[in-house]
Design a protein around this ligand. Sequence first.
Ligand SMILES: [Zn+2]
Length: 1015
Amino acid sequence: MSLNWQNLKDNRDEILKAEIGSLLFNLGKTHIGFSFWKDFFKDYENEFKFSLYKEYYKNGHFEDELKNQNLKDFIFNTNISINGENKNWIEYFKGDVSSSDIVKKVFFKGCENINSGIDKGSPKEQLKGKLWISNAFGSFKEEVIKDNFDDKRRVFFEKLHRFLDENNYYDNPNWKHIREFVIKELKNWYSHLLSDSRFPVNDVTLYDQAYMSATMFKASIAGIFLNTTQSQNYISNPQSIKWQILGVQYDKLSLAEKGLKPAHIIWYREKSKELDDVIKNIVESDYAFGNEIYRDESGIYFLVPDGIKIEDIENVKNKILCEFKCSFNDEEFPYISFTKPSRGTMNLTSLLKKAKENFLKADNSLKSQLQNVDGAIGICQVCQNRLVEKKEDEDETLMCNICRDRKRGRVKKWLHHQAGETIWIDELADSNNRVALVNLKFELMEWLNGGLLSSMLIRHENYQNWLCNIKSFLKLFYSDINVLQIDLSQLGNTITPEQRRELGQKNGLINRLKRDLKKLKDFLQKIRDNRLNSFNQQIQTGAYTDILLGLMSKFLQDVNRLNDKIDHLLSDNEIYNLLSKEDINNLNSLKNELKKYMVEIFILALTEDAYIGCKKWEENFDDYIQQIFFGSIVGTNFEKEIKDSLLNSKIDWQDEKIKWNELKEQDIDLLSKLLLQFLLRKNPSPARIRRVWESTQEFFYDVKEKILDSFTAIRTKSSFGQKVPDFAYLVNDEKFKNKQSYKQYFSIIDPTPISWQFIIPTNKVEEFIKKVQKLYYKNFKYVNGKLPLHIGVVVQKSKDPLYVGIKALRNMRRDIKEWKEIKKEGKGLLPDLECYEEIVEQNNYAKDFYSLYETDNADYDFMLLPSDKGVKKYNPTDKFVVYPNTIDFEFLDTNSRRNEIYYKNGKRIALLKQNRPYTWEEFEKFEEFKKIFSNKTALLHRLVSLIYSKLQDWEDNKEDNKESFKVFMKSTFKRIKKQDEVDVSKIFDIENFDFDEAKKFIDMFEFWHTTLKEI
Ligand SMILES: [Zn+2]
C-alpha cells in the first residue's frame, strides 16, 4: 500500500514534539533523591524531595522548578495531536504515568521497555563504592557526580527559557530548531548520568537510553502518520512494533584515495561529514521519519518505521541523490536500502557486511554524461571524472578546474587553522623523507550483531541448575506432557487386614499418600488449564494473589509434602517390610520424579523486573514470552537457527506465541536453553549496541587527544619555506604565524566506530604503537582477545603520491569475512592485565561479568557465539578461543609492493611474509630484537644476507633441507654469541630455528631497518 507522505509532512511538528517530550521523560531521574541514587548521596538527605520519578510531576515539583511563567505555559499549554488523540504536551514528558495511550503504550511499553525494564533482565548487584559509568566493556569511564543532577536540571530549564525567548519561539515555535537544542543539551548532560544503579548495567548512560527510546518512538509515530491503519495495532499490541534500518552507503575510503595531496583529502573528508549531516537533517527533520543511529566509513544509518519499501521513498531518495550530486559534482553517489524489520538494531550488520558490494550498486541515475570539451588534454587525476582543459603550470598533475579550486580553497582555510593538524606532507616527513600511514581497525561485527554480548553476563548463576529448573517448570506447567504417571493404586495391597490393624494409624498414611497424589495431579491440571491467565488474576479456589505466587508455589508445596510422606513411609521399617517389591520401586520412582519438579520459579527468581512489569500491565505468560523470547529473536540470527530446528513447528510466528500444548521434551530443551541465555547474557538492546560502538569510537578520539596531539613541532617562516617551497609565498600572507606550534599528524578520515586512518612521522611509529597498546589495555582489558584491534603501518616516501599509500593502507585493513579466520585456540594466550584494573572495577568484580571466553569446557552453554562454543570465565590453565590484536607493516619502496598486501585466513599470502600480521604478544619479540641489534648493524646485515641466501637456496626443497638448515643456523647463532656477544635465544628457539623462524628474523629486520630505518 502506498504511504501517506503528505500526512507525514503536515504533522511533522507533532512528531518532533512527541520526540522532544519522550527525550525528556527521565527528568525525574535527575534528582539525587530518586530511589536509585539516594543511597549514594546520604550526606544530602535534606535535599531529597521525592524518590519515584512519577512523583516529580505531582505536588508541583516540576512547575516550581520551571520558574519562568512563559516556560510553564509553553510546556503545559502546548497541544499535541496524534492519531486523533489531543493532549497537552506535558503528557509526553510523563512516560508510563501519562494520561495518553500513545505515550503509555507505544512509547513506554513498545519502545522504552526494550532499553530498560523488561529486556534488560534483572541484575542483582548494586554498584559498590560509588556511582560510576563504565564503557561497554566494563572499564571505568567516570564517576557520576552530584553536580550533574539537580543543579544541571535547573540550568537546563534556564537555558531552555532563554533559547525560546531569544528566538521568539514562545510565540512562534520552530520545532526543528527546538529539537536540535534539546538534543545537544541532553547529550552534554545525560551522557554523565546513569539510568540504573546496578552492576553491570552501568555501561548504559541516561543519554543512550533516552536517545534510543525516543528514536524508536519517533519512528513509530512517523509510521502511524505514514500508514494510519497501523495505529490501532501499535496501541493494542505495542510489543509487536518493529523498525528497520535505512542505510545510505557510499565509500568514504575511496574518496580519500583520490587525494594526491592532503589538501584534497581534507576536502573530501570534510565534505563527506557535511554531507552526512545534510542527509541526517533530511531524515530527522525535513521528513522526520527516523533518527541517525550509526555512521562510519561506509555511510550513515537511520532507524525508521517498519513497512516502508525502497520504492516508497522516491521523494527522500531523490533529495539525498541531489545532495550528493551537488556536494561531489557527480563524482560519488550512494546506495540506499533497508534492512529487514526487527525489534532492535542488530540488523545493522547485514548492511555493514554488504557495504563493499553495495558501493558497486550506487544509484547513478542523476549522474550527468561527461561533456566533451574542445581541446581537452586528458582526464583529471584527482576526481577521475572531469576533463582537463589546460595545465596551470608545467609541473602540475592533470587537474580539472573544480579540483584545483577545492585545493586552493582548502589552503586558504588552513591559514586560519595553523595550530591544528598540518596539511603539508613535508612537515610530516622525517629526516629520511618518509611518512607512516597508519590504520587502526576494530573487528566489530560480532559485537554489533549481538553475538559476543553473550560472552558478558548480567548476573552469575549456576547455569546447569537453572537449565534443569526451567525445563522442569515448562514441562510441568506449560506442556501437556504426561507427568506423575506412576500408578500407586496397588500400593499396600499385599498387606493383610490383620497387619493393617496392627499398623493402626500408620496404615492411614498409605491411603493419604494415594489421595494426595491424585489431588496433586488434579491440581496440576487446574494450573495447566489456567496457565494463560493474567499474572494478576485471582483463582477462585483459594486466596491466592496471582497465578505464579499462588497456584504454582502451592503446587510446589504440595510436591514437598508428598515427598515427605514418601520418605516417611520408606523410612518406617514396620511398613517398609510389609510392602511389595513393586510398591517400593514405585515409591522410589515417584520420589525421583518429584525431585525434578521441586523447582524454583525462574520468572520470579531471575526476572523480577520483567515479572513486575507484566503484572503492572495485567499480562500473562504468553506476553512474558513474547518480550523475553520473541523480542530477542525476531529478525536476528536466532530466528534463523530456530526456524531450522524442530521447535519451528511449535511456534506461531504470526502471533508470536508458542503452541504450548504441542511441546515435546526436545522442544522444551531448546526453548529452555535459549530462554536462560536471554536471561543471563547482556541484552543487545539498541541502547547497549550504541554504547558498544561509541566505546570504540571514543577510543580513537582518545588516541587522537592523548597520543597524537602530543606529536607537535614548531613552524617558522624559514622552515616552512624550505619544506614546502611551492607554497613558500604563503609566509608573506599577514595571517601566517611565525614560530607556530602545529600538530605533526594528519587524519585521512575521521575516526569511526570501526577504524581510523592518519599519517605520522615515521620516527614516531614505535612510540605510537606502545602508547596505543597501553590505552587499549586500559579501556578493554576485560575483553582483550575478543575485541581485536589491528594496527597497520604503511611507510612511503614523502614525495610519492599519497594515494599509493592510502590504497595500500586499505588493503592492510585486513577485512575478514568471518571471525574464524583470525581465531586462535589454546592455553595461556592472554597476557595478565591485572595492573590495568582499577579498584572500583575490582570492587564490583568486573572480571566475573565481562571476562568470559569461548571454550569447549563451558560453564554457560550459550549459542551463536562466533566459534559456536559456550563460554566461561577466563583462566590461563584451560584452552580458550581468542581473537588476538595484531600488527602489520609494509614499506612501499616500489609502487607494486602494494600488491603484496593480501590476506588469506587473516595472514599475508606473500611467501616471505606469511607470519604477518603479528599478534601483540609476538610483537614484544620485535622490541627485544631492536635492543639486541641496535649497535650491531654490520653483524645484522651479515646475518640477514646469510639467512636470505639459505632461504633462497634451500626453501625449494624445504623438507629435505629442514634439518640441515636448523643445524647450520644453530651453529651460526652459537658462534655469534661467542664472538660478538650477541644472544638471540631470548627471541628465537635456536635449537629449532626453522624456515618459519627465519622469516620472522627477516621481518624484524625489515621492520626496524628497511621500514623505520631505526637500526
Ligand atoms: Zn577533478
